[in-house]
Design a protein around this ligand. Structure first.
Ligand code: NOJ
Ligand code: CA
Length: 682
């Protein structure tokens, strides 16, 4: 008894005597030397890391490690067994993206940790320091003492050093990623999705997210205390949250750091932390394009997904869309509600959908032939209502049908509450999973890979979040994963004017979004959009996707041909992207260069405040003349009173000019800069 007490007291004494703070055992600097990562072990052998900028901590000492289901946690008792360094610098080409060429330059530190006693398990942590941030991941080596890795909790922390404002949506709530952004002091966060964006008191911009989420659960962030955030892995219906066999790496945990909000958006860190393209020459079968479709009418309820007199996906109606697309140069025609299973409450219809059987009034053979004869393609649709137990057995047959018909893009959908995805459990029974758990990470990649075999591009709605996997699988062209245009159609509160300038610096940091802009009628179901027409046009440049929908009804475009012209002209295929200025949730001005011409495009959006912004045109080629086609808010434009007031005008400009932008409350501006032929020498 006495001996036990003495042992306890000794243990307590040693614990108190051991330095609580980590001691740096290895450091790493970014190529420009501005960022440093320190890796440390505290007196208990607990691994931690710290990230500093110009010597000042940005992320203070933060813990690393895991709690396992069937083995002691991997958290203490470690010694540094090895530290290896390397540098890397390469420029790679994207098949499509915000820019064509991406520089991937970093310094890497790999630490091998080994337990000092017990099972003496090993674990690697790999840090990469870029000029625009830091990524790190764990690697579980092949070792007899830890083969089956069943992770119930990842202990990775992010202790934000300075007081900061945070922009976030809740993580683990029923509506998945479809929330309006909150702006609060960091200390008011509870549990949030990533990317989470912060602006510190000193004006530094930070975004925390993850890259290469493969066969693992997505990371949410939970505030532990003060400004210390901790990883929460999305749950699993059965067993541990992550079940893997070593060797394997975890996804990268990423910390992007920039002076300007625009610097976060311009960062390619997430793509650089993903594996290179595994699909080869995707550009020969997927090129960025715009599309129209039987869609807005469904959300307005003037047409229905279900069969009956209002059925939108009928042959005559879809021919009308194909004719419209052909006439105005859109490549795609999305058709929702084409397949059997939508009747009744389709939210609950996951087990009735067929992915091969069209409704009788939708002649899929004839329509795909008719579309192709006009240089247009149908875009397929697989709404699963979140029932992958029912979808997966039909997946290949559904994709084979599309392949045979020349339908080379599919929009998928997982409308179910978070935690309500129905999947096949280990014993064959249906279990309820999360949209961003390991099961769905696997499911999405399986769909993308099966689609790639058939040269089909994929665009999931109610998806798992984007972590840059488009680099590895460039047929994963877009996704939803935020509140899109559809909210403006419903009776629910429409998206407020600040929504898009929030999206640009939060959700859009992760990758392309199928936002479906361009509702220039500004008319939802019994409610108006909180936007001006000019802002709807600006969204084609401001919210990136290599597939962009012209979401409004064809008749609304035909009624407004002058504004529609910008939607017809704007490309979805870019060579370069720059954020000229912007503040999170307030405004943003983005310019992009067309990949197929010398033209540039500008999109500027604001929140509920009207603004005058000054834009130096120095991004244009020096010495060249451009015809600027300007689509700007008119003098009486205001999202509350008159969103329709738009001025469309032209002027000639050069890189030496400045363009004042006058954005109305809730407004925006779109500009096409057409490169004029150089004047011949006399
Ligand atoms: C939700 C999607 O976001 C929307 O675009 C689609 O029309 C419906 N689900 C039906 O699949
Ligand atoms: Ca949705």
């Amino acid at each position: 008894m006495m001996a036990t007490i003495a042992r306890c007291l000794l243990a307590l004494f040693l614990a108190l005597a051991a330095p609580v703070r980590a001691e740096t055992v290895a450091t790493l600097a970014s190529p420009d030397g501005v960022l440093t990562v320190e890796f440390g072990l505290n007196g208990e052998g607990r691994p931690e890391y710290r990230v500093s900028r110009l010597g000042r901590p940005v992320i203070d000492w933060s813990r690393l490690g895991f709690v396992l289901a069937d083995a002691p946690k991997l958290e203490r008792n470690f010694a540094l067994a090895d530290a290896a360094r390397r540098s890397f610098d390469e420029t790679w080409e994207q098949p499509w993206g915000e820019r064509r060429y991406v520089r991937n330059r970093y310094n890497e530190l790999r630490v091998r940790l080994a337990e000092k006693s017990g099972a003496k398990r090993a674990m690697d942590v790999v840090f990469r320091a870029f000029d625009d941030g830091v990524g790190f991941r764990y690697e579980f080596p092949d070792q007899g003492s830890l083969r089956a890795v069943n992770i119930v909790d990842e202990l990775t922390e992010f202790a934000v050093a300075d007081p900061a404002t945070a922009w976030w949506i809740p993580g683990g709530e029923w509506n998945r990623y479809e929330y309006l952004y909150e702006k609060t002091p960091l200390e008011e966060l509870s549990q949030v999705h990533t990317p989470t964006t912060f602006r510190t008191e000193n004006g530094l911009h930070i975004a925390i997210h993850e890259a290469a989420l493969v066969d693992y659960s997505a990371m949410w962030l939970r505030r532990v205390e003060g400004r210390r955030l901790k990883t929460v892995l999305s749950p699993a219906a059965e067993g541990a949250r992550v079940k893997r066999t070593a060797p394997f790496p975890t996804p990268w945990r990423t910390i992007q750091i920039a002076d300007r909000a625009g610097g976060l958006y311009e960062s390619d860190l997430l793509l650089n932390l993903n594996e290179p393209n595994r699909l080869g020459d995707v550009r020969s079968w997927f090129t960025p394009h715009k599309y129209v479709g039987v869609w807005w009418s469904l959300h307005l309820e003037t047409e229905s997904w279900a069969s009956g007199p209002k059925h939108g996906a009928n042959t005559a109606n879809v021919k009308r869309y194909i004719d419209f697309a052909a006439k105005h140069g859109f490549r795609g025609v999305l058709v929702e509600g084409w397949n059997v299973g939508w009747d009744g409450d389709w939210f609950a219809n996951g087990s009735t959908f067929s992915f091969t059987e069209p409704y009788p009034d939708f002649d899929i053979e004839e329509l795909s032939r008719y579309a192709r004869s006009k240089g247009v393609r149908l875009i397929g649709h697989h709404e699963t209502s979140g029932n992958i137990a029912h979808y997966e057995p039909q997946l290949t047959a559904g994709l084979d049908l599309y392949r045979r018909l020349g339908i080379d893009a599919v929009k998928t959908g997982y409308v179910a509450d978070a935690g309500g995805v129905q999947a096949r459990g280990a014993d064959g029974r249906v279990v309820f999973e999360w949209h961003d758990g390991q099961v769905m990470a696997r499911h999405h990649l399986r769909v993308v890979q099966e689609a790639a075999k058939r040269r089909i591009a994929v665009n999931p709605h109610e998806p798992i979040k984007d972590t840059g996997l488009r680099r590895t699988y460039p047929n994963w062209v877009a996704r939803e994963g935020a509140r899109g245009m559809e909210y403006n159609a419903w009776g629910a509160p429409p998206n407020p004017p600040e929504h898009e300038p929030e999206l640009i610096f939060t959700r859009m940091l992760s990758g392309p979004m199928d936002f479906t802009p361009g509702v220039i009628s500004l008319q939802g179901r019994g409610q108006k959009l909180q936007s001006t027409v000019a802002k709807q046009l600006a969204l084609y440049v401001a919210i990136y996707s290599p597939i962009q929908m012209a979401a409004d009804l064809p008749e609304n475009y035909e009624r407004n041909p002058r504004a529609f012209q910008f939607i017809k002209d704007v490309p979805a295929d870019w060579a370069e992207t720059r954020v000229l200025h912007g503040e999170i949730g307030d405004y943003a001005t983005i310019v992009r260069k067309d990949r197929n011409s010398e033209d540039w495009y500008l999109g500027s959006v604001t929140d509920e405040e009207g603004r005058v912004l000054d834009v130096p045109l120095s991004f244009l080629s020096p010495g060249r003349r451009y015809r600027a086609q300007i689509y700007r808010d008119g003098p009486s434009a205001d999202y509350r009173a008159n969103g329709h007031d738009i001025v469309i005008e032209e002027r000639e400009v050069t890189a030496a000019d400045r363009l004042p932008l006058r954005l109305a409350p809730g407004g925006g501006q779109a500009v096409r800069f057409i490169a004029l032929p150089a004047r011949g020498r006399r």
